[in-house]
Design a protein around this ligand. Structure first.
Ligand code: SF4
Length: 184
């Protein structure tokens, strides 16, 4: 068994959807060695091998596995978080046990969707980035035609929580993110 246990340590409002929550769980064991095997067997993962993160999209939710913790976004309540964590624990352990039968995949696989980014931008369409709207900015960002630092309002205290989630997502997908703004 690779992962023995997990514990929910933080529950925060989900900024992508105010009716939902974001959950952070600490885990008992280092799990990153299973990431390339999960990346090979699950559809639509975003794998960042150097950063040791794997984001799984499941039923509209974003589940990001780090070497030492797991974050869940767009979650209904703690009961649902527990169900998802139980599912992830089983998945991680089953995949780890079957790793000899799986060809590991170290590629980044799925790309970020502009809409995933748009939901985490300020959404004011202020044009300070010299784009006509936040959605236009998100489309350019996904295409790597503009950098996240051009969205000046995002760096204000008001958008700190949105910024944290967005930067985690961008970092996991291999985008340049100012290191001083990354979560530990
Ligand atoms: S600067 Fe940021 S908030 Fe303003 S339009 Fe551009 S992306 Fe939207």
């Amino acid at each position: 068994m690779l992962l023995n246990s997990y514990k929910i340590t933080r529950t925060l409002p989900c900024l992508a959807d105010p009716m939902k929550i974001r959950v952070i769980a600490d885990i008992s064991d280092e799990i990153h060695e299973v990431f390339p095997y999960l990346n090979a067997t699950l559809k639509g993962c975003i794998y960042n091998h150097p950063a040791l993160t794997l984001t799984i999209k499941k039923d509209g939710k974003l589940l990001t596995l780090h070497a030492y913790h797991i974050t869940l976004a767009k979650i209904e309540d703690e009961k649902e978080a527990e169900e998802i964590l139980r599912w992830l624990k089983d998945l991680i352990n089953e995949t780890y046990e079957k790793q000899n039968q799986i060809e590991p995949n170290y590629s980044m696989a799925a790309e970020l969707k502009a809409l995933d980014i748009f939901r985490l931008l300020p959404g004011t369409n202020c044009k300070k980035c010299e784009e006509p709207s936040c959605l236009a900015f998100a489309v350019k960002l996904v295409g790597r035609d503009i950098e996240i630092i051009k969205c000046d309002p995002l760096f204000s205290e008001k958008y700190q929580e949105k910024r944290n989630v967005l930067f985690d997502l961008l970092h996991a997908a291999g985008f340049e993110v100012p290191s001083e703004f990354l979560n530990p």
